[in-house]
Ligand binder design. Structure first.
Ligand SMILES: Nc1ncnc2c1ncn2[C@@H]1O[C@H](COP(=O)(O)OP(=O)(O)OP(=O)(O)O)[C@@H](O)[C@H]1O
Ligand SMILES: [Mg+2]
Length: 227
């Protein structure tokens, strides 16, 4: 089966007292293995909500999200955590590295969670550090790294358990144009060399240009799916 991510009539309603916010309205979307897709659209259009639901860190109010052929709405919490750990890597605008851990330890953390053995962890962390160009920064803590370097560590951490899917929410939002451009190059590399399926939410024109596909959201619905 070629579809890695499938969203069927996804709706999300946030209820805040008397107010009901319809953040997503019956969104249908399929993303194939190996695709590089960008989600764009104005602020408040539901981009992060959609990405969080795809990443199984939020649940839809109605509709289904199917990852690698499995309907996530029918899975136990335990099975869902396992799926998140092995199938999905998340990259955020604000990096969210653990401040007390070194670059090495931040990347190693999801591997510990997946109960990888020490030797295996060591090899993989080194491979990932070199893939993101940070071997000589492995003992640095986040505050001893630049923004671009922190985002590289976050990307390496997202790849820790070799998941087929990488989701990124405004990964260049905190970075200057040149540094952001380096992060886009890295994501393109990861898509092409490691054959990862990538979905990036972004206002960044460069990401939109380099993605194979642009999914445009407006007011909780897809207005255009350009190829
Ligand atoms: N946890 C929440 N509780 C209530 N409302 C929420 C919640 N999260 C998002 N919303 C609302 O849902 C709508 C979609 O939000 P979302 O964060 O998905 O937008 P976005 O497209 O990512 O915007 P931005 O570009 O500003 O990040 C907004 O109107 C927002 O206020
Ligand atoms: Mg957002």
């Amino acid at each position: 089966m070629n579809e890695l991510i499938e969203a069927i009539k996804l709706s999300k309603i946030y209820n805040l007292g008397e107010t009901h916010i319809h953040a997503l309205k019956e969104v249908d979307l399929s993303i194939a293995r190996g695709e590089f897709a960008a989600i764009t659209g104005p602020s408040g259009s539901g981009k992060s909500t959609l990405l969080h639901i795809i990443g199984c860190i939020e649940q839809p109010t109605t509709g289904s999200i199917i990852i690698d052929g499995r309907d996530t709405g029918k899975m136990s919490q335990r099975a869902l955590s396992k799926l998140r750990l092995h199938k999905i890597g998340f990259v955020f605008q604000h990096f969210y590295l653990l401040p007390t851990l070194t670059a090495y330890e931040n990347i190693e953390l999801p591997m510990k969670e997946a109960k990888l053995r020490r030797n295996e962890r060591q090899d993989r962390v080194h491979d990932l550090l070199s893939a993101v160009g940070l071997i000589d920064r492995k003992r640095h803590r986040p505050h001893q790294l630049s923004g671009g370097e922190q985002q590289r560590v976050a990307i390496a951490r997202a790849l820790a358990n070799d998941p087929p899917i990488i989701l990124a929410d405004e990964p260049t939002g905190e970075l200057d144009t040149r540094t952001g451009s380096g992060i886009v190059d890295l994501l393109v590399d990861i898509n092409q060399e490691y054959n990862k399926t990538i979905v990036v939410v972004s206002h960044d024109q460069e990401i939109a240009h380099r993605a194979e596909r642009i999914i445009e959201l407006r007011d909780g619905g897809i207005v255009d799916a350009l190829y």
